[in-house]
Design a binder for this molecule. Structure first.
Ligand code: KG4
Ligand code: ZN
Length: 346
């Protein structure tokens, strides 16, 4: 059985975890930087990198102690090597390289998106390949066909904002602070989703992609109009976002060979209303629905350690070289065409 130390530092969560190849999370710790970034209404990269640098080394020690293990017990050290805020990614990756070199343990450089993509297999031992994956986080909004470890076909992406970004920006408009997703979800429970007419961008489009910028602007206009309660705006926004997601999923699902499972991962997958809508969608199509527990949806190191376990188990596993570079951009499907009309998001 393999034991992998995972390190995550690509955004505003500093995290370390020890996970075994039989899916046991022996120990994990997460330090959120919400308080540091809240005054600025979003993540400040320089502040994030410094906070990771201060917290990571003691956190790794603590996680090893929690589990009663040492580095010598680990079969690999897996760290997020991108995509993300480059300063933070470098802190985590350099730490992993130093530990790997000192303890002569293999290094595994993990794509953060692969961590999210494989996280449902950590919580659900029965989830085999292939599966249809909705990956929705603060920086990404994609539909992927996951055919195996390292084998991802991107079917759709966003041409502007990610879904989590739309939640965060709408939260800002509604004065809910940062991070916005959970706050919008809480407020939406008190509102009526039928009360505020909001657009569903690209609904019914003959292209597979997402767009959320227009929805976000409509939330701003609804707020400025001063007619509706914040709760009604939040509920209507969440419903409009879900309608878009389900329409785009149907478009992609109709164009591939049927797969047995619909899977959701990434921070927005923590949203109960989105999960419920996806579950219903899966049921109507005879697919199993798999979603990790919310703590595995938002950024964490257990998913990075698990991606390391998956890599370690591959035939012909090779550790990554110690001079591997941190990557600010790192698409899961390097062959995917840029979305027509898209800015820079892959
Ligand atoms: O995966 P994640 O933790 O970090 C990235 O890789 O981006 O995702 C963070 C995103 C943020 O935009 C946050 O607002 C959103 O996930 N999020 C939520 C919820 N919890 C986190 N969005 C909607 N509802 C939630 N409950
Ligand atoms: Zn993430």
């Amino acid at each position: 059985m393999g034991l992998v130390l995972g390190i995550e530092s690509s955004c505003d969560e500093t995290a370390a975890a020890l996970v075994t190849s039989d899916r046991t999370i022996l120990a994990q710790r997460i330090a959120s930087q919400d308080a540091e970034h809240a005054p600025y209404g979003g993540v400040v990269p320089e502040i994030a990198a410094r906070a990771h640098a201060e917290r990571l080394a003691p956190m790794i020690d603590a996680v090893l102690k929690d589990a009663g293990k040492t580095l010598a017990d680990c079969d690999a050290i897996a760290a997020t090597a991108g995509p993300g805020l480059i300063g933070g990614v470098m802190v985590g990756l350099v730490s992993a390289k130093a530990l790997a070199m000192a303890s002569e343990t293999p290094l595994i450089a993990v794509n953060h998106l692969e961590g999210h993509a494989l996280s449902p297999r950590l919580s659900d031992p029965d989830l085999g390949f292939p599966y249809l994956l909705l990956l929705v986080s603060g920086g990404h909004c994609q539909i992927l066909l996951v055919e195996g470890v390292g084998n991802y076909r991107r079917l759709a992406t966003t041409i502007d904002d990610a879904l989590g970004e739309a939640f965060d920006k709408s939260a800002k408009v509604l004065g809910l602070g940062y991070p916005g997703g959970p706050a919008v979800e809480r407020l939406a429970k008190e509102g009526d989703a039928a009360n505020v007419p909001l657009p569903r961008p690209l609904l019914g489009s003959k292209e597979p992609h997402f767009s959320f910028a227009g929805l976000k602007s409509a939330v701003l206009r609804a707020k400025d109009a001063g007619i509706h309660s914040n709760a009604d705006i939040a509920a209507s926004f969440q419903q409009a976002a879900l309608d878009c997601v389900l329409d785009r999923l149907a478009f992609s699902a109709d164009r591939i060979d049927p797969v047995p499972a619909l899977v959701v991962a990434g921070g927005v997958a923590a949203n109960a209303a989105i999960r419920a809508g996806l579950e219903e969608f899966a049921q109507t199509r005879g697919m199993r629905f798999v979603a990790p527990p919310p703590s595995l949806c938002t950024d964490n190191a257990a998913m990075i350690a698990w991606a390391g376990c998956e890599r370690l188990a591959l035939d012909g596993f090779r550790p990554d070289p110690l001079d591997i570079a941190a990557k600010p951009r790192w698409p899961l499907d390097p062959d995917a065409e840029p979305a027509r009309g898209a800015g820079v998001k892959a």
